[in-house]
Design a protein around this ligand. Structure first.
Ligand SMILES: Nc1ncnc2c1ncn2[C@@H]1O[C@H](COP(=O)(O)OP(=O)(O)O)[C@@H](O)[C@H]1O
Ligand SMILES: [Mg+2]
Length: 201
Protein backbone atom coordinates (compact mmCIF):
# COMPACT_ATOMS: atom_id res chain seq x y z
CA UNK A 1 0.00 0.00 0.00
CA UNK A 2 1.11 3.53 -0.73
CA UNK A 3 2.05 5.60 2.25
CA UNK A 4 0.62 9.09 2.07
CA UNK A 5 2.46 11.98 3.59
CA UNK A 6 0.68 15.31 3.90
CA UNK A 7 1.66 18.77 4.99
CA UNK A 8 -0.60 21.09 6.98
CA UNK A 9 0.71 24.57 6.18
CA UNK A 10 -0.34 27.75 7.94
CA UNK A 11 0.60 30.69 10.10
CA UNK A 12 -0.50 29.20 13.45
CA UNK A 13 -0.19 32.60 15.15
CA UNK A 14 -1.07 31.22 17.64
CA UNK A 15 -2.11 27.58 17.18
CA UNK A 16 -5.69 27.03 18.38
CA UNK A 17 -7.93 24.15 19.36
CA UNK A 18 -9.32 24.36 15.82
CA UNK A 19 -5.87 23.68 14.37
CA UNK A 20 -5.45 20.83 16.84
CA UNK A 21 -8.82 19.37 15.84
CA UNK A 22 -7.70 19.35 12.24
CA UNK A 23 -4.31 17.85 13.08
CA UNK A 24 -6.01 15.04 14.94
CA UNK A 25 -8.33 14.33 12.02
CA UNK A 26 -5.44 14.53 9.55
CA UNK A 27 -3.28 12.19 11.62
CA UNK A 28 -6.00 9.56 11.30
CA UNK A 29 -6.19 9.54 7.53
CA UNK A 30 -2.59 10.25 6.53
CA UNK A 31 0.35 8.01 7.32
CA UNK A 32 2.45 11.04 8.09
CA UNK A 33 1.48 14.65 8.70
CA UNK A 34 3.87 17.57 8.87
CA UNK A 35 2.53 20.76 10.44
CA UNK A 36 4.43 23.37 8.43
CA UNK A 37 4.72 26.91 9.79
CA UNK A 38 5.10 29.47 7.04
CA UNK A 39 7.94 31.89 7.66
CA UNK A 40 6.50 34.97 6.03
CA UNK A 41 8.71 38.04 6.28
CA UNK A 42 5.84 40.24 5.15
CA UNK A 43 3.58 39.37 8.06
CA UNK A 44 4.19 40.87 11.44
CA UNK A 45 3.30 37.93 13.67
CA UNK A 46 2.49 38.07 17.36
CA UNK A 47 4.64 34.99 18.05
CA UNK A 48 8.07 34.23 16.64
CA UNK A 49 8.41 31.16 14.46
CA UNK A 50 10.32 29.51 17.30
CA UNK A 51 7.53 30.17 19.78
CA UNK A 52 4.95 28.79 17.38
CA UNK A 53 7.09 25.76 16.71
CA UNK A 54 7.48 25.09 20.42
CA UNK A 55 3.75 25.39 21.03
CA UNK A 56 2.89 23.09 18.13
CA UNK A 57 5.52 20.54 19.11
CA UNK A 58 4.12 20.35 22.58
CA UNK A 59 0.52 20.18 21.31
CA UNK A 60 1.31 17.34 18.91
CA UNK A 61 3.68 15.35 21.12
CA UNK A 62 1.01 12.67 21.57
CA UNK A 63 0.65 11.97 17.85
CA UNK A 64 3.23 9.50 16.63
CA UNK A 65 2.85 10.37 12.96
CA UNK A 66 2.79 14.17 13.32
CA UNK A 67 5.84 16.41 13.16
CA UNK A 68 6.42 20.14 13.01
CA UNK A 69 8.57 22.05 10.55
CA UNK A 70 8.94 25.55 9.13
CA UNK A 71 9.25 26.69 5.55
CA UNK A 72 9.27 29.74 3.37
CA UNK A 73 8.44 30.28 -0.27
CA UNK A 74 5.89 28.32 -2.22
CA UNK A 75 3.92 25.69 -0.36
CA UNK A 76 4.05 23.36 -3.36
CA UNK A 77 7.85 23.58 -3.50
CA UNK A 78 8.06 22.71 0.15
CA UNK A 79 5.65 19.81 -0.31
CA UNK A 80 7.79 18.38 -3.10
CA UNK A 81 10.95 18.85 -1.08
CA UNK A 82 9.62 16.75 1.79
CA UNK A 83 8.00 14.23 -0.51
CA UNK A 84 4.42 15.01 0.49
CA UNK A 85 1.52 14.16 -1.81
CA UNK A 86 -1.21 16.16 -0.17
CA UNK A 87 -1.82 19.55 1.40
CA UNK A 88 -4.26 19.58 4.29
CA UNK A 89 -6.34 22.73 4.78
CA UNK A 90 -9.30 23.53 6.99
CA UNK A 91 -12.64 24.91 5.91
CA UNK A 92 -14.64 26.52 8.65
CA UNK A 93 -17.37 28.44 6.90
CA UNK A 94 -18.42 29.56 3.46
CA UNK A 95 -16.13 32.54 3.98
CA UNK A 96 -13.06 30.27 3.90
CA UNK A 97 -14.19 28.53 0.76
CA UNK A 98 -13.49 31.11 -1.91
CA UNK A 99 -9.96 31.85 -0.82
CA UNK A 100 -9.12 28.21 -0.16
CA UNK A 101 -10.50 27.14 -3.53
CA UNK A 102 -8.43 29.80 -5.28
CA UNK A 103 -5.30 28.66 -3.50
CA UNK A 104 -5.97 24.99 -4.11
CA UNK A 105 -6.50 25.58 -7.83
CA UNK A 106 -3.41 27.75 -8.08
CA UNK A 107 -1.38 25.08 -6.28
CA UNK A 108 -2.77 22.47 -8.66
CA UNK A 109 -1.65 24.59 -11.60
CA UNK A 110 1.81 24.90 -10.11
CA UNK A 111 2.04 21.24 -9.17
CA UNK A 112 -0.64 18.99 -10.70
CA UNK A 113 0.50 15.89 -8.83
CA UNK A 114 -0.22 17.40 -5.45
CA UNK A 115 -3.73 17.20 -4.00
CA UNK A 116 -5.31 19.61 -1.55
CA UNK A 117 -7.52 17.89 1.01
CA UNK A 118 -10.04 19.94 2.96
CA UNK A 119 -11.33 18.90 6.34
CA UNK A 120 -13.96 20.45 8.59
CA UNK A 121 -13.35 20.91 12.27
CA UNK A 122 -15.88 20.07 14.96
CA UNK A 123 -18.71 22.60 14.87
CA UNK A 124 -17.61 24.20 18.10
CA UNK A 125 -14.38 25.29 16.41
CA UNK A 126 -15.97 26.58 13.26
CA UNK A 127 -15.92 30.18 14.48
CA UNK A 128 -12.41 29.98 15.86
CA UNK A 129 -9.46 31.72 14.26
CA UNK A 130 -6.00 32.80 15.40
CA UNK A 131 -6.97 36.39 14.70
CA UNK A 132 -9.97 36.15 17.01
CA UNK A 133 -7.83 34.59 19.73
CA UNK A 134 -5.29 37.40 19.41
CA UNK A 135 -8.03 40.01 19.61
CA UNK A 136 -9.77 38.49 22.64
CA UNK A 137 -6.44 38.04 24.42
CA UNK A 138 -5.39 41.57 23.61
CA UNK A 139 -8.59 42.85 25.20
CA UNK A 140 -7.92 40.76 28.28
CA UNK A 141 -10.70 38.26 27.60
CA UNK A 142 -10.56 34.56 28.50
CA UNK A 143 -9.13 32.32 25.82
CA UNK A 144 -8.78 29.13 27.84
CA UNK A 145 -11.47 27.31 25.90
CA UNK A 146 -10.08 28.40 22.53
CA UNK A 147 -6.45 27.34 22.76
CA UNK A 148 -4.47 24.71 24.71
CA UNK A 149 -3.25 25.66 28.20
CA UNK A 150 0.30 26.15 27.00
CA UNK A 151 -0.87 28.73 24.49
CA UNK A 152 -2.96 30.50 27.14
CA UNK A 153 0.24 30.78 29.16
CA UNK A 154 2.24 32.11 26.22
CA UNK A 155 -0.49 34.63 25.43
CA UNK A 156 -0.50 35.83 29.01
CA UNK A 157 3.24 36.32 28.95
CA UNK A 158 2.98 38.09 25.63
CA UNK A 159 0.11 40.37 26.53
CA UNK A 160 1.09 40.85 30.13
CA UNK A 161 -2.59 40.64 31.02
CA UNK A 162 -2.39 38.03 33.78
CA UNK A 163 -3.99 40.50 36.18
CA UNK A 164 -6.99 40.90 33.90
CA UNK A 165 -7.69 37.18 33.92
CA UNK A 166 -7.42 37.41 37.70
CA UNK A 167 -7.35 33.65 38.10
CA UNK A 168 -4.44 33.12 40.43
CA UNK A 169 -4.11 36.39 42.25
CA UNK A 170 -6.38 37.37 45.08
CA UNK A 171 -6.78 41.04 44.73
CA UNK A 172 -6.45 43.94 42.37
CA UNK A 173 -7.25 43.96 38.69
CA UNK A 174 -10.55 44.79 37.10
CA UNK A 175 -13.66 43.42 38.78
CA UNK A 176 -14.78 41.38 35.80
CA UNK A 177 -13.52 40.00 32.54
CA UNK A 178 -14.49 42.37 29.74
CA UNK A 179 -18.16 42.11 28.86
CA UNK A 180 -17.46 41.53 25.19
CA UNK A 181 -15.21 38.58 25.93
CA UNK A 182 -17.78 37.05 28.26
CA UNK A 183 -20.46 37.35 25.63
CA UNK A 184 -18.27 35.41 23.19
CA UNK A 185 -18.00 32.35 25.38
CA UNK A 186 -20.47 32.51 28.19
CA UNK A 187 -19.99 29.05 29.64
CA UNK A 188 -16.22 29.05 29.62
CA UNK A 189 -15.91 32.66 30.70
CA UNK A 190 -16.94 31.32 34.10
CA UNK A 191 -13.53 29.64 34.32
CA UNK A 192 -11.89 32.98 34.10
CA UNK A 193 -14.18 34.90 36.41
CA UNK A 194 -12.28 36.95 38.89
CA UNK A 195 -12.34 35.65 42.44
CA UNK A 196 -13.86 38.87 43.64
CA UNK A 197 -17.06 37.85 41.87
CA UNK A 198 -17.37 34.73 43.92
CA UNK A 199 -17.15 36.58 47.22
CA UNK A 200 -20.37 36.95 49.12
CA UNK A 201 -21.15 40.55 49.85
N1 LIG B 1 -10.81 26.75 13.81
C1 LIG B 1 -10.33 26.12 12.74
N2 LIG B 1 -10.88 24.99 12.32
C2 LIG B 1 -10.44 24.36 11.21
N3 LIG B 1 -9.45 24.80 10.44
C3 LIG B 1 -8.85 25.93 10.82
C4 LIG B 1 -9.24 26.65 11.98
N4 LIG B 1 -8.45 27.75 12.08
C5 LIG B 1 -7.63 27.70 11.02
N5 LIG B 1 -7.87 26.63 10.26
C6 LIG B 1 -7.22 26.22 9.03
O1 LIG B 1 -5.86 25.96 9.28
C7 LIG B 1 -5.07 26.38 8.19
C8 LIG B 1 -4.04 27.37 8.67
O2 LIG B 1 -4.69 28.52 9.13
P1 LIG B 1 -3.87 29.79 9.61
O3 LIG B 1 -3.02 29.42 10.78
O4 LIG B 1 -4.83 30.91 9.78
O5 LIG B 1 -2.87 30.05 8.43
P2 LIG B 1 -3.11 30.82 7.05
O6 LIG B 1 -2.31 32.08 7.20
O7 LIG B 1 -2.55 29.88 6.03
O8 LIG B 1 -4.58 31.06 6.90
C9 LIG B 1 -6.06 26.97 7.17
O9 LIG B 1 -6.41 25.98 6.25
C10 LIG B 1 -7.25 27.34 8.00
O10 LIG B 1 -8.44 27.29 7.23
MG1 LIG C 1 -5.91 32.06 8.25
Amino acid sequence: MKRVKAIYPGSFDPPTNGHLDLIERGSKIFDELVVAILRNPEKDPLFSVNDRRQMLESMTAGFENVSVDTFHGLTVDYALRVDARAILRGIRAISDYEYELQMALMNRKLQPGLETVFMMPAEKYSYLSSRLVREVAQLGGPVNCLVPALVVQKLREKMDVAHKFNIDDDGGGPEAAPEAAQRMSPEKAIDAKPKSRKRKS
